[in-house]
Design a protein around this ligand. Structure first.
Ligand SMILES: Cc1cc2nc3c(=O)[nH]c(=O)nc-3n(C[C@H](O)[C@H](O)[C@H](O)COP(=O)(O)OP(=O)(O)OC[C@H]3O[C@@H](n4cnc5c(N)ncnc54)[C@H](O)[C@@H]3O)c2cc1C
Length: 449
């Protein structure tokens, strides 16, 4: 059944140069970069805080190193320095010789990210969903937002879709991919949560053979259906006094709100089931509590907007370099089972899913631009990639690299009176380097495609 909605005059809530839809890691850096390069910027975020998966889903790890040296800087480094002043971020024990370089406190990041936007004078509207795009003559003029006062329009010269799900680009008619080639399923989702009241010293002194036996029994109980599936990488060695385990998988369609609601509560129940089981079996866990679950289920993958370039596994593992590079990526092909069994290719570290030690691949601007709507870009996990390519470039630091590149490109394109696809790429790269972005091995002009 469909209904016809009557035509309506819609008041304009805000007008700007660059409208960023979605305030996750990609949206924040896009907005800050565009504003610092002279654009007036509005950011719309549907949740009460910024950070997206990083804060709302309690995803608190960063990957910045090629396992020899750090290769991701720019706004990522600035964010780290700001958080460090408050003790809200700390280096991984293996820094900088592991991909995992930092862990952070999500409550702190909510403040850091908002400070960066406020200082850059980005007009930020939380609690505001970016709804239908306004598309006229093949260009996007802005979006409609349903507010407490009624429907309002936000108008802009360039729109950056950083919604993670590519909501605005898809509704504006830009083609997209969804799921893996074999069955159209996206990566499994995970409810992240924080446990407390663990007596770490007692857990650590639990004899290793007994700890192994408990984990084996837990896996057997899960296999027998007495316990829900859990991430195969989880072990008691991860337990800290208070910590956030990446443990609790579910699978389904993150674009179906009813299914998402069901999966969210299912995963919260799963989290309690694991610790109810462990509480009676491991000394030190007697008083363990689940202190907080993610406000949102952790969503890894949904729409991947089809761009001018599509990042694939070969480009990642072959450390491909692009003339339109805006930064570097280092993360592995990291696929969590789309059926929700808890299997992840992260477990196969050392196999062919890793970027070689000391090497990195380029993140090209073209994966954020498209051939359908020239004044609309995407940034973050909805950028153009294959299912496999996405599993690497979706991590936060890579999304932040994309955001910084796209935001800077948007402001420079507007200043030059061009579309983003026609931006002066060497000038963009020079601006990014000046802003601290690590950008090496860019193919020389003569090799440009
Ligand atoms: C369980 C899990 C574990 C992970 N582990 C790691 C890890 O260890 N390290 C790592 O770096 N990465 C990890 N990732 C990946 C990473 O966290 C995300 O891919 C990344 O944060 C995506 O950033 P983003 O800005 O593109 O999207 P998101 O973080 O999804 O942000 C999108 C934002 O847009 C908002 N939004 C959506 N639709 C609208 C709309 N219509 N209007 C207004 N606002 C809207 C959302 O509320 C959200 O704030 C993990 C992801 C998951 C789910």
């Amino acid at each position: 059944m469909v209904i016809t909605v009557p035509e309506q005059e819609v008041p304009v809530l805000a007008e700007c140069d660059v409208l960023v839809c979605g305030g996750g890691t990609a949206g924040i850096t896009a907005a800050v970069a565009a504003a610092r390069h002279g654009a007036s910027v509005v950011l719309l975020e549907r949740w009460p805080m910024l950070g997206g998966m990083a804060t709302a889903a309690l995803v608190t790890g960063w990957h910045r190193s090629d396992r020899e040296k750090m290769v991701i800087y720019g706004l990522v480094e600035e964010t780290a320095q700001r958080a460090e002043k408050h003790g809200w971020i700390w280096k991984d024990g293996q820094y900088p010789r592991a991909h995992e370089t930092h862990w952070f406190e999500p409550e702190g990041m909510k403040i850091v990210y908002h400070d960066m936007l406020d200082e850059a004078k980005v007009r930020t509207f939380c609690y505001t969903v970016a709804g239908e795009p306004i598309v006229e003559g093949g260009r996007i003029r802005g979006v409609l937002a349903e507010t407490k006062q009624g429907r309002r329009a936000v108008l802009a010269k360039i729109v950056v879709d950083a919604t993670g799900d590519g909501d605005v680009a898809a509704k504006a008619g830009v083609p997209f991919e969804f799921g893996r080639a074999s069955d159209g399923r996206v990566q499994g989702m995970t409810m992240m949560y924080r446990v407390c009241n663990i007596v770490e010293a007692k857990v650590k002194s639990f004899p290793p053979d007994k700890a192994r036996a408990v984990m084996e029994a837990m896996r057997a109980a899960s296999k027998a259906g007495e316990l829900p599936p859990f991430n195969h990488a989880f072990g008691l060695g991860h337990a800290r006094n208070r910590f956030i385990p990446n443990m609790c998988p579910v699978a389904g369609n993150p674009l179906d709100e009813e299914e998402l609601t069901r999966l969210t509560i299912k995963s919260r129940r799963q989290a309690h089931a694991y610790w109810d089981w462990l509480r009676t079996r491991v000394p030190g866990l007697e008083k363990v509590q689940i202190e907080q679950t993610g406000m949102s289920l952790g969503i890894r993958e949904s729409r991947r907007i089809r761009g001018l370039k599509t990042l694939d596994a070969e480009m990642i593992l072959g450390t491909a370099k692009h003339p339109d590079a805006i930064g570097h990526g280092i993360w592995m092909i990291d696929i969590h089972d789309p059926l929700g069994t808890g299997y992840t290719t992260w477990n196969d570290r050392g196999q062919r899913n890793m970027v070689p030690v000391g090497k990195s691949y380029h993140i090209p601007l073209g994966m954020c631009l498209n051939a359908t709507v020239p004044n609309l870009a995407v940034a973050g996990r909805c950028a153009s990639s294959t299912h496999e390519g996405h599993s690497s470039v979706r991590v936060q630091t890579h999304c932040m690299v994309m955001g910084q590149g796209v935001g800077t490109a948007a402001a420079m394109a507007l200043a030059a009176g061009r579309d983003m696809a026609k931006v002066d790429v060497p000038a963009l790269q020079a601006a990014l380097r000046k802003d601290g972005v690590y950008l090496e091995d860019v193919p020389v002009e003569a090799e440009r495609t």
